[in-house]
Design a protein around this ligand. Structure first.
Ligand code: URA
Length: 259
């Protein structure tokens, strides 16, 4: 990698401003390969040099990817004026400047939400053209009807007249009010409006996968984890809907039932 200024590198990966970084350098709290940095504008190569701030390693990576298991009551926005935002749930050491929620879950929806500063990947995941599936589990007000499978498969027309792409939907065995739905697009309130179009009502909605990445069981509601290289690759991989429903229906229906 080309050399870059130390303060630029640290500012992009932490919450410190350039002036705070300057002050940290003065106090000897920023080290390059173990020695206190002389100035904040010194050029470094983060791929080969070890940078520490207050004793913590600043790992080189171009972008940061965080998976949040979004709780109810938070808005997918970076603007605090919108209310309690999902950004508040990202621990400071994982938060980077330019990080944003890649896609939207409603304020009352839960589940897998990617937060990243990689606009290109976010676009790839969200664009219907990329054909990256997102799977949701829903709790319905009234029992699932088998006719939904064909209606959703043909493409639902919403009450606004908007046409949805064909989607797959499957009831959870032995729970007639729970179902999985797979979408390749993300219209406003889409899942809720699709079920409303067939005369039902979504009481609870949780996104359980993004591309080939399944919401890990160990990631509690409201918790975040940094995605590693391998997990990021999974985001753009397809996932077989039938196998997913077979393998994960017990885990996710238990989460919904116990909510
Ligand atoms: N569809 C909805 O209706 N709400 C969400 O939060 C996500 C998809």
């Amino acid at each position: 990698m080309n050399q870059i200024r130390l303060d630029k590198f640290v500012a992009e990966r932490t919450e410190f401003s350039r002036s705070q970084i300057k002050a940290l350098v003065k106090k000897g709290e920023i080290r390059v390969d173990g020695s206190p940095a002389r100035t904040s504008d010194v050029k470094i190569d983060p791929e080969v040099q070890r940078i520490t701030v207050q004793g913590k390693d600043i790992i080189f990576r171009e972008h940061t990817y965080v998976l949040l298991n979004k709780p109810d009551g938070y808005v997918c926005s970076t603007d605090p004026k919108d209310g309690q935002t999902v950004m508040e749930l990202v621990p400071p050491e994982l938060r980077t400047k330019g990080m944003f929620p890649a896609g939207r879950l409603d304020k009352d929806s839960l589940g897998a939400l990617l937060l990243t500063d990689d606009g290109e990947l976010a676009h790839r995941i969200l664009s219907p053209k990329s054909h990256i599936p997102k799977i949701y589990i829903v709790k319905l007000d009234r029992p699932f009807e088998i006719k939904y499978i064909n209606l959703f498969g043909e493409g639902i027309t919403l009450s606004s007249g908007e046409q949805c792409l064909p989607a797959r939907v499957k009831p959870v065995e032995n729970c007639d009010k729970l179902a999985f739905i797979e979408l390749f697009e993300g219209k406003y309130h889409q899942v809720k409006r699709m079920f409303a179009a067939v005369g039902n009502h979504v009481e609870f909605l949780m996104r359980v996968s993004l591309g080939g990445l399944v919401l890990p069981e160990k990631l509690g509601i409201g918790q975040c984890m940094e995605l590693l290289h391998k997990d990021v690759e999974n985001l753009t991989k397809p996932l077989d809907f039938d196998s997913f429903c077979r393998d994960f229906s017990v885990i996710f229906s238990a989460i919904v039932i116990n909510k």
